[in-house]
Design a protein around this ligand. Sequence first.
Ligand code: PRP
Ligand code: 7HP
Length: 179
Amino acid sequence: MEKDISKILITEKEIQEKVKEMGKIISLDYKGKEVLLICVLRGSIMFTADLMRHITVPVIVDTIAVSSYGDQTKSSGVVRLLKDLDEDITNKHVLIVEDIVDSGLTLKYLRKVLQQRRPASIKVCTLLNKQERRVHDASPDYYGFIIPDEFVVGYGLDYDEHYRQLPFIGILDSKIYKD
Ligand code: PRP
Ligand code: 7HP
């Protein structure tokens, strides 16, 4: 599996340090409040699990599943809701947790859908921000790393459902998806 990685972009240590730092900032920003973390399946599983360990205010966690990539490295342009939340988010402080914001389409969709449910507030936290690929008007409130326009895997991110378990973020060798 690691032979398919052309370069390690962010090491496990760098990720863990950044996640700790993000948890501290979020804890300060939400002081005195309860935060409802929305883990966007499946890519955000690892990030959510690590981040919540560094948040010191009360946390509730829920999951939502959307997909727009399938087995491709470019967004299909259509977001499908695969699994809705279990919680009622009305009057709650919602923090959407994403692994990556790329074109911005998923985030734009999630903000729109969740805003209609009248939360007290809605913010977005992403580990990776591939901002040079942004085509939709959507930006995260918190991000860990700005990354270049490369297809990355690991720490929850996949290509065709593989590589999610890698503890680092690596650039996938283009031989894997181009022929
Ligand atoms: C990935 C990622 C984000 C989204 C970002 O999800 O987890 O949710 O793409 O891309 P965008 O900004 O271009 O919309 P994906 O649809 O691959 O599902 P997954 O999390 O199950 O891998
Ligand atoms: C989605 C996604 N999934 C894995 N790696 C990337 O670089 C990605 N961008 N958008």
